[in-house]
Design a protein around this ligand. Structure first.
Ligand code: ATP
Ligand code: MG
Length: 410
């Protein structure tokens, strides 16, 4: 009951007609058996990369990873990775195999893959090739290493994170021996590049309800400042908030790290070399960790205006989503509605939106430079506090009062 995608079926038929063995493999087989549409179809074959190039013609091929046996082939509007059956040499650095050897047999290729659910191949002639019990593990809803888990995690520590990532994504349990080995070898994560850790942690956080798979002992290695083992109460509250939050990466990261405050969260995330955008989004949300929505509509409007002065509208929406996830309180819904109303009204929350500008203030007698900036900021403050409307006459009156006040002070 696997239906190959037409492009993949065409490529497999061509490889078979040329006398090679060939299969769909890995994630696409797993997803098909789970009844999900695969994101992409990876193929594996006994044909050597140069034979794949020759068969499909150089114009159809991108030699993406010839050394590792991978050729990307265009078929119709789609691209397919075709990788020669291979085994990997020793991993002396816990990251990259020292060399890869091409082999003739698909079972050997499946044996180098990380988990049984990822180590199945399929074609229409032979049906499912499943030497490690992947289908049984799918039925049991568990993630289990292929072969000896300790050896597999020692070869490549990234698999430790992949274990939790696949568990969280499918909401599968982790085979106990596999989990025990992952925990025992978690120190190996320090050999993995920040970029790859960020990628895996991000995928983990974007699972539907990842809380149960955020292993405290692993998070301790990746985010020591979070101290999940020392502060289990705080950590499990974060996990509950993550589960309740929408699957939006900045919100999920902020739910995880926000209790560390702006500085702490920023530092923790920076260790994974995030994009500037993600870092800014998470830091801003962490800075608002103690934000509490006001109780009355009038106070809420003022509060929401100040919020829009500090944060972009999408960031205020994230703050509301985070607050709702953390407390579930109706006051967050009310704040969300107020923010929306103000945004739709195009309510003035920034100096640039004030109904008067520097020229008018200078005409009143405000000196140029700093004094002018301070006056604009003071006027904005009054508008944010809803003490005066954002109208020219009201702002000019307030500006005159400011001027009189500063002259008095001199
Ligand atoms: P996704 O839908 O997230 O892409 P996937 O199963 O396709 O899931 P990939 O990371 O794209 O995952 O890897 C493709 C396949 O390559 C996996 O199914 C697995 O068989 C194998 N694989 C990938 N990374 C590793 C690894 N670090 N160690 C062993 N095998 C791996
Ligand atoms: Mg994939």
């Amino acid at each position: 009951n696997i239906t190959l995608d037409p492009g993949a079926a065409t490529l497999l038929a061509q490889l078979h007609a040329a006398g090679y063995k060939a299969y769909a493999v890995g994630g696409c087989v797993r997803d098909s058996l789970l009844g999900k549409a695969p994101a992409d179809w990876d193929l594996c074959t006994s044909a050597r990369p140069e034979q794949v190039l020759l068969l499909f013609g150089e114009e159809q091929c991108i030699p993406t990873g010839l050394k590792h046996g991978t050729v990307t082939v265009r078929q119709g509007d789609s691209f397919y990775e075709i990788t020669t059956f291979r085994v990997e040499g020793a991993y002396s650095d816990g990251r990259h195999p020292d060399k890869v050897d091409f082999v003739a047999d698909v079972t050997q290729d499946l044996a180098r893959r990380d988990f049984t659910i990822n180590a199945m191949a399929y074609n229409e002639k032979e049906g499912l090739v499943d030497p490690f019990g992947g289908r049984a593990d799918l039925a049991a809803r568990q993630v289990r290493a292929v072969g000896d888990p300790a050896r597999r995690f020692a070869e490549d520590s990234l698999r430790i994170l992949r274990l939790y990532r696949f568990g969280a994504r499918e909401e599968f349990s982790l085979d106990p021996a596999t989990r025990a080995a992952a925990l025992a070898l978690r120190g190996g994560l320090k050999n993995i590049s920040a970029e790859r850790i960020l990628q895996e942690v991000s995928k983990l956080l974007l699972a539907p309800r990842p809380g149960r798979w955020l292993e405290p002992a692993l998070m301790e290695v990746i985010f020591p400042a979070l101290d999940p083992l020392g502060q289990p109460g705080r950590f499990s509250a974060c996990c509950a908030a993550i589960d309740a939050a929408p699957a939006d990466l900045p919100v999920r990261f902020a739910a995880l790290l926000g209790s560390l405050g702006r500085e702490g969260a920023g530092q923790a995330l920076r260790s994974l070399r995030p994009s500037n955008e993600l870092l800014k989004q998470v830091s801003e949300l962490a800075a608002e960790w103690d934000f509490t929505p006001a109780g009355t509509p009038a106070a809420r409007r003022v509060q929401a205006r100040h919020l829009l002065a500090r944060l972009s509208p999408p960031q205020t929406a994230r703050l509301v989503a985070l607050g709702r996830a953390r407390t579930g309180g109706p006051e967050w819904n009310a704040l969300g509605e107020t923010l929306e109303t103000l945004t739709n009204e195009n309510a003035c929350c920034r100096i640039g939106q004030l109904a008067i500008g520097g020229q008018e203030l200078q005409a009143l007698g405000f000196g140029p430079g700093r004094a002018l900036g301070q006056a604009l900021a003071a006027l904005l403050e009054q508008v944010l506090d809803e003490k005066i409307p954002n109208e020219k006459a009201a702002l000019l009156t307030a500006a005159r009062a400011l001027l009189a006040h500063t002259q008095e002070e001199r």
